[in-house]
Design a protein around this ligand. Structure first.
Ligand SMILES: *Cc1c(COP(=O)(O)O)cnc(C)c1O
Length: 389
């Protein structure tokens, strides 16, 4: 089956009623025919045998199988949020005395886990500039257990070379864990490029309609079932069946949505490049982008996010945001609705001025998550807001 077919049919399990749409098994528990069958299931639950929704549920299993098919991994574990997935992927495989190398440009909560939580339990973390392979090379040591990075950083959209980092990591037997949210599972080829574990916040493009929080950890059957599952099922970060059902519906349309969003993002980036009010357009799909060649190798497209650095700083950025009529001001991303964010005053407010400067987050920077509205309306809205700024 090709991708779009898998996204509509993959993982579907029908009950005796033959329902067309996937059923929501909104149940926490399961009844057994006899004490003997309960005993047998607790010794070892087979395929399609469940015990308790924290351990697994048929609707959640459908979601895990469908997203694993899309990513091309053997298996997946669905989690209550993207952060439960990031935490689960890392903590399930690490122990005191281990060393981790991480890119510095991270989603705020990812940074909190690596900077504040892991060190409390004796895991040492070295931060590097993710775009600089020499820094990865220098930081990886004999006791390094994992490397962690976002393949496309927020909000500067800098790419980390998955193949390059994986080559250095694998030469030292280090596990490569990639947070691939901005690259999206539609364009991801992270596994063939060397990632061992791929993590998504399903809250973003997978739902794509702003309804639920969810996440998923994807990897080999061995890693998911022997390392991730015991940790997740005993610590409570499992996905709810209702969320899994919403996300199954999200997966049906993700390919169509993300490709439309990407085409509009490319059109917006081209329309604003060189505009008098714009100091920099950060979009890997522009030929002028420093990582254009890496983008072509790794993703093939520029993705659904465009960051615009307004020459007039915060005042211009706020005037731009206030003038937008179609694009909403919010901090979600990957949604059907186009969204603008001012990272300095919202998502990256807690960083110091020096930290923001070192990550390239200026006061004029506005991050756009491009939705599925008509591209002409989006370009017109952004150009009129730039004029007003
Ligand atoms: C949103 C996001 C997360 C966290 O996901 P939640 O679903 O909000 O918990 C992690 N990493 C990246 C890159 C994100 O964009």
């Amino acid at each position: 089956m090709k991708t779009r077919t898998k996204l509509v049919h993959g993982g579907t399990k029908r009950s005796q009623y033959g329902e067309l749409s996937e059923a929501i098994f909104l149940t926490q528990g399961f009844a057994y025919d006899s004490p003997e069958s309960a005993e047998a299931r607790f010794i070892e639950a087979g395929e399609d045998e469940y015990i308790y929704a924290r351990y697994g549920n048929p609707t959640v299993r459908m979601f895990e199988e469908r997203i694993a098919m899309l990513e091309g991994t053997e298996d997946g574990f669905a989690t209550a949020s993207g952060m439960a997935a990031v935490n689960g992927a890392l903590v399930s495989m690490l122990q005191a005395g281990d060393h981790v190398v991480s890119a510095r440009a991270l989603f705020g909560s990812c940074l909190y886990i690596l900077e504040n939580i892991l060190p409390r339990f004796g895991v040492e973390v070295t931060f590097v500039d993710g775009t600089d392979l020499a820094q990865w090379d220098a930081a990886i040591r004999p006791d390094t257990k994992a490397v962690f990075f976002e393949s496309m950083a927020n909000p500067t959209l800098d790419l980390v070379d998955i193949e390059g980092v994986a080559r250095l990591a694998h030469a030292n037997g280090v596990t490569v864990i990639v947070d691939n949210v901005f690259s999206t599972p539609v364009y991801s080829r992270a596994l063939e490029q060397g990632a061992d574990v791929v993590v998504y916040s399903a809250t973003k493009h997978i739902d794509g309609q702003g309804r639920v929080l969810g996440g998923v950890i994807l990897g080999t059957k061995d890693f998911i079932r022997k390392t991730v599952e015991p940790y997740m099922k005993h610590t409570g970060g499992s996905m709810s069946p209702f969320t899994a059902w919403v996300l199954l519906k999200g997966l049906e349309t993700i390919d169509l949505r993300v490709r439309a969003q990407t085409a509009s993002a490319q059109a917006i980036a081209e329309a604003v490049e060189g505009h008098a009010k714009v100091a920099r357009v950060l979009y890997p799909g522009l030929k002028s982008h420093a990582q254009y060649a890496l983008m072509q190798r790794q993703l093939g497209v520029g993705g659904t996010m465009v960051s615009i650095d307004l020459a007039g700083g915060k005042a211009a950025a706020f005037a731009f945001l206030n003038a937008l009529e179609v694009v909403l001001i919010s901090n979600n991303l990957g949604d059907a609705k186009s969204i603008a964010t001012h990272p300095t005053t919202t998502t990256h407010q807690r960083l110091s001025d020096e930290q923001r400067a070192s990550l390239g987050i200026t006061d004029g920077l506005v991050r756009l998550s491009v939705g599925i509205e008509d591209p002409d309306d989006l370009v017109a809205d952004i150009l009129q807001a730039l004029a007003a700024s």
